[in-house]
Design a protein around this ligand. Structure first.
Ligand code: NAP
Ligand code: GLV
Length: 307
């Protein structure tokens, strides 16, 4: 049996899964089922302990790209295969999100907004895409797509990953040592890194300060990447032009947090790249068929590396 845990979207997902996997018995939480019959689960943000009800569980499909809420769960034993979404329509959305922030910086919309408030008609110096240095942290399914799309638009793009990656369009560098030399050469930093023990506070006070004065940060990966207190201190010292944040250490962000009203913070509520139900279900169904035929799947998570 295939069990779905997608609170708030049960009806849509039940219909899509029934259409995509007509031979399967599809049930949806909180429907009571014979828990021993459940072998496959598709879920997003499952509550703690949820998986422990299913003794014969074989496969869990995370209906998102990031698996930080899945990898280290005590209720998800190692023998259960964990599969995430790969792209499934998210890469295009990530490109749009990054481009929005990048254009805000390059076309100086923040500065023109200030001038508008001062009723000042003052053209600023033109800055071309080819003179704008963009660093992309994370060159996976999403990061590489964003990096190559921006390079096609003429930006100077460097991508950073853990292992060596290759692209005909983007300069690719890897490893922790290169990061400290890359940051001072960056005008706009875009992160689409997963949350792992290695990426936690990767941008701490020291690394944040390596970014040049008047640079910008766009974070659409996970909030744990950035030491928010250190970021706030640097913003208060006018170190950055602005930051565009989609993800936070705590979500929703506490109502008392200074980011809400900070003039140099643009923020969105974790919406940079949404799961598109039709594409997600199509990808899950293709993987279910591949598994039953002993074929390779896309998006199998290596839990030891955490993403
Ligand atoms: P992915 O294909 O697994 O790519 C992850 C990339 O991060 C890889 O290039 C990987 O390096 C790199 N990386 C991981 N740990 C690293 C480290 N310690 N140092 C340097 N590079 C490291 O994942 P994806 O599908 O592109 O998704 C990326 C993340 O985006 C997700 O995990 C999720 O957190 C986030 N996301 C956010 C939203 C949103 O709406 N805000 C939506 C979707 C996804 P290697 O290439 O060397 O493995
Ligand atoms: C959303 O944040 C995702 O990881 O898919």
């Amino acid at each position: 049996m295939f069990y779905l845990y997608l609170p708030g979207q049960q009806d849509l997902y039940t219909r899509l899964f029934k259409e995509a996997l007509p031979d399967w018995h599809i049930a949806v939480w909180p429907e009571e089922v014979n828990t021993e019959a459940v072998t496959h689960i598709a879920a997003w943000k499952p509550v703690e302990g949820f998986f422990s009800h299913f003794p014969n569980l074989q496969v869990v499909f995370a209906l998102g790209a990031g698996v930080d809420r899945f990898v280290h769960r005590p209720d998800l034993p190692e023998h259960v295969t964990l599969i995430r979404l790969t792209d499934a329509g998210m890469a295009q959305q990530m490109t749009e999100y990054c481009l929005y922030g990048l254009l805000h910086y390059q076309r100086q919309m923040d500065r023109y907004q200030q001038l508008q408030h001062q009723q000042t008609w003052q053209p600023l110096e033109t800055r071309l895409a080819k003179h704008t240095r963009v660093t992309i942290l994370g060159l996976g399914k999403l990061g590489m797509s964003v990096a190559e799309n921006l390079a096609r638009l003429g930006y100077q793009v460097t991508g950073w990953s853990r292992n060596p990656r290759q692209s005909d369009l983007v300069r690719c560098v890897h490893g922790c040592e290169t990061l400290d030399t890359l940051l001072p050469e960056t005008d706009v930093l875009f992160s689409v890194l997963p949350a792992t023990t290695e990426t936690r506070y990767l941008l701490d006070a020291t690394r944040l300060a390596l970014l040049p004065k008047d640079s910008a940060i766009i974070n659409a990966g996970r909030g744990s990447l950035i030491d928010q207190q250190a970021l706030l201190a640097l913003l208060n010292h006018d170190h950055f032009r602005f930051v565009l944040l989609d993800v936070f250490e705590q979500e929703p962000l506490d109502k008392t947090h200074p980011f809400w009203s900070h003039p140099k913070v643009l923020m969105t509520p974790h919406v940079a790249a949404d799961t598109i139900p039709e594409e997600a279900v199509e990808q899950v169904a293709a993987n279910v068929r591949a598994l039953s035929n002993g074929l390779p799947v896309t998006g199998k998570v290596d839990r030891s590396q955490g993403y």
